[in-house]
Write a protein that binds this ligand. Structure first.
Ligand code: G6P
Length: 768
């Protein structure tokens, strides 16, 4: 109320002052115009009189002069006409000439002195007059002055009138403003505020479904956005607290984002968390005139993003989007996610040559096929190796810049792109705790041994305090590789390597996905209507008529076994023709690393295989395979996960494969079957999936049939057990285990690593 009053009074005062200032100007202008009119009229009259008077003066015809003066003196507003002699004494005047004007006005003296017309306004007895004096000549000499007096008092009267009008106008304006303000406050502001308040009250009362008021394109939008974020955060916090209480009550030890946050804070105390990866969590691209953020297709990003959100900190990554430079500050940083920043993304820029050599070349044509047993020959080029070293140094520098001033920072380096980074960083910042997580398989020593720079890579990795792999087999392979390639002591009891006094622990940490904190659904096993409808809607969007849906989600990579999967599907239709026209397999394939010929060719092969199979079986309204060859957001993919009858993961070799876990996590209805390659890390945990050897086409075909024919109770039971496994071992547990293990490690004082004698011969050679 008080605020309204202040607003109205301020508006009234503001408008009043502005109106007054304009009015002053307006009155002044009107006054000037009226004076100008008086001046013009009196001068015109005087000059027209002059023509008649001057000859009379010349002839000294005073009687005629008087008659003339009397004739003119009847004009409107003319107060009097007087004639003065050349010394300024009154010679003659009209009969009604007021006695008060008989004093000689200054204008007469001025006209005499200057021998030209002179005019003046003056006040007398409360009246305003105007006198205009004009010299009259005889024998070319000034003989007399003709003075015409005009009554200008009407100017003052008009002024008063104008001010009265102005006052009335301002009064009316103020009344209108006050009324409009009250109405606007009532209808626009109070109404909106009441809507928001009601919505927030509903939310506070626990109605999570309450819809926020719609503020399309008005000034309340930013406020509404912030309130929405705030309430969402509060809802999440409340849900998390309720979940925690429920878990405590049920004696469960589930890991949640909040639990991880608290745990990491207690473990790290005042230290900060840093992550380094090649792929960034958000890429920015130009789209027309806009800039669009995209979460790239990467298992690493899927896994690590929730951890950074929960623990905050800084993530250093390659800025690969074409609009990335436009979205960072002067330190190449930005807060992400944009709608509610939780952590800092620091972008590192690479030039074309560096991307060629380090990313496409050494990392993806060398290390990727080296570590995946998928029958693609690794290619090692010396110039790629050079680039790989340069880029590792570059990322190390960026990371060290970010860590400047941090007390005992904790660093999580990610993947095969940065094998050399641990040693470089630990040498320069010995008090940091550093772990590297290798997201892809580690092959046996013979396979890894073909890499010409295996020793340098191993030495770089052993700079870390902790090395993580998805499975125990990968840990064993790594330790055996170190054993064979380097001079070091492997402690098989502790699973650690002691190299020149520096210990590196090697541990399995099976990575996972973020799971919804809610309870596993107890819904009936029968398919819910919404799943059925969603599936029908998706088929409609795809222009296919079918009853059953299979789904595959992959980067188009030769390790993912997409062609093998297609062979299995083809065989399925050959062996079970009753499913023709009824089952459609949707392959979401994100283009990946397409500058590498092997990937480029594979993409074309996947396309043509899909076409070939379609040609073989398709009908007018049905297709066996739909290949969606573009990047899809998590939200888009989630619709397919939720609607599919079966998900196929047929990797030829895969460190973990998070698509399998994402599919399971998405099935809140406990429905859907998972066909999973036994060559994935995920197969160790998801024991209730239908395991296949992707090279065995008959087995893949049978598994699809089995998945579709499986009785609903069994399907539900399998899915529930898999969901339990994913929930128990979610990404928060992964991060807690990794960070927990890292924080337990006693970090030696930096000097030890800093001594050149502790750097292995391979790395020494590198530096020389
Ligand atoms: C694998 C790697 C990740 C990588 C992802 C996508 O999951 O382990 O490090 O980010 O593939 O590959 P890309 O080359 O597109 O980053």
């Amino acid at each position: 109320m008080r605020a309204n009053f202040v607003l109205i009074v301020s508006l009234i005062v503001g408008v009043g002052v502005a109106s007054y200032l304009f009015s002053v100007h307006q009155v002044h202008a009107a006054q000037q115009a009226m004076r100008a009119e008086v001046v013009t009229r009196s001068e015109l009259l005087t000059e027209s009189l002059d023509v008649s008077v001057e000859p009379l003066i010349e002839r000294r015809a005073y009687r005629e002069l008087r008659t003339l003066v009397e004739r003119f003196a009847n004009r409107e507003r003319l107060e009097g006409i007087a004639i003065y002699d050349d010394r300024g004494a009154l010679l003659d005047a009209n009969s009604r000439f007021p006695a008060s004007l008989k004093t000689v006005p200054g204008a007469v003296d001025k006209a005499l002195a200057q021998d030209q017309g002179a005019g003046d306004f003056f006040s007398l007895d409360g009246n305003l007059y105007r006198v205009y004096a004009l010299p009259l000549h005889r024998d070319k000499k000034v003989r007399a002055i003709l003075a015409v007096f005009t009554d200008a008092s009407f100017i003052r009267a008009e002024n008063g009138e104008i001010w009265r009008e102005i006052f009335l106008r301002i009064l009316v304006e103020m009344l209108i403003i006050a009324t409009i303000t009250v109405l606007v406050i009532r209808w626009a502001f109070m109404g909106r505020i009441r809507e928001v308040a009601e919505w927030m009250r509903d939310l506070r009362a626990g109605d999570g479904t309450a819809k926020p008021p719609v503020f399309e394109g008005d000034m309340f939008k930013p406020l509404a956005r912030e309130v929405t974020h705030l309430t969402r955060s509060l809802m999440l916090a409340r849900a998390a607290a309720e979940e925690e209480a429920r878990l405590r009550e049920a004696g469960e030890s589930l890991w949640t984002a909040d639990r991880l946050r608290v745990y990491v804070q207690s473990k790290l105390e005042d230290s900060r968390l840093f992550a380094v990866s090649n792929r960034e969590p958000y890429e920015h691209f130009h789209q027309g005139r806009d800039i669009r953020a995209q979460v790239p297709a990467s298992g690493l990003v899927t896994a690590l993003e929730p951890v950074l959100r929960a623990c905050e900190g800084t993530w250093v990554a390659h800025g690969a989007g074409d609009a990335d430079r436009e979205t960072v500050d002067e330190h190449d940083r930005l807060g992400v996610p944009a709608e509610e920043p939780h952590y800092t993304l620091r972008r590192v820029w690479l030039d074309k040559q560096e991307i060629e050599g380090y990313y496409y070349g050494f990392a993806n044509e060398g290390l990727w096929p080296l570590c995946h047993i998928a029958h693609t020959r690794p290619t090692f080029r010396a110039e790629d190796w050079e680039c790989y070293q340069t880029v590792n140094q570059k990322f190390a520098r960026a990371l060290l810049e970010e860590m400047r001033g941090a007390e005992r920072p904790v660093v999580l380096v990610q993947d095969y792109h940065f094998a050399l980074l641990p040693l470089t960083v630990k040498e320069r910042f010995p008090s940091c705790r550093l772990a590297i997580f290798w997201h892809i398989p580690w092959p046996n020593p013979e396979a890894f041994g073909i890499c010409p720079w295996q020793r340098e890579l191993l030495e770089g990795l052993l700079g870390a305090d902790l090395i993580g792999f998805h499975t125990q087999t990968h840990c064993n392979n790594f330790l055996e590789t170190v054993d064979r390639a380097l001079e070091s002591r492997t402690d098989w009891d502790r699973f650690a390597v002691n190299r020149h006094g520096h210990f590196t622990l090697v541990r399995p940490f099976p990575i996972s996905v973020a799971t919804q904190d809610g309870n596993t659904s107890l819904a009936s096993p029968a398919e819910s209507t919404s799943v059925y409808l969603e599936r029908a809607a998706l088929f409609k969007e795809l222009g296919v008529e079918a009853a059953f849906m299979g789904i595959g989600v992959d980067r188009v990579d030769y390790t993912k076994g997409i062609l093998e999967r297609f062979s299995g599907i083809e065989r399925f239709f050959e062996r079970y023709p009753a499913y023709r026209g009824k089952f459609t397999f949707v392959q979401i394939g994100a283009p990946s690393r397409t500058h590498i010929k092997r990937y480029h060719d594979l993409f074309a092969d996947v396309e043509s295989e899909a076409e070939r199979i379609n040609w073989k079986f398709q009908t007018a309204s049905w297709k066996p395979v739909v290949f969606l060859k573009r990047h899809h957001s998590h939200r888009e993919i989630d619709r397919f996960y939720k609607a599919a009858d079966v998900c196929l993961v047929t990797s030829l070799h895969d460190g973990m494969n998070l698509v399998a876990k994402e599919f399971v996590a998405a099935r809140e209805d406990d429905q859907g079957a998972l066909i999973l390659s036994r060559f994935t890390g995920a197969s160790r945990e998801l024991r209730d999936a239908l395991m296949v050897n992707p090279y065995d086409t008959e087995q893949v075909a049978s598994a699809i049939y089995f998945a579709l024919e499986m009785n609903p109770e069994e399907r539900t039971a399998r899915m529930r057990r898999m969901r339990r496994a994913v929930k128990d071992n979610n990404i928060y547990r992964w991060a807690a285990n990794l960070i927990g293990e890292l924080s337990e490690i006693r970090v030696e004082k930096g000097e030890i690593l800093g001594q050149p004698s502790l750097i292995g011969p391979a790395v020494r050679r590198l530096r020389e």
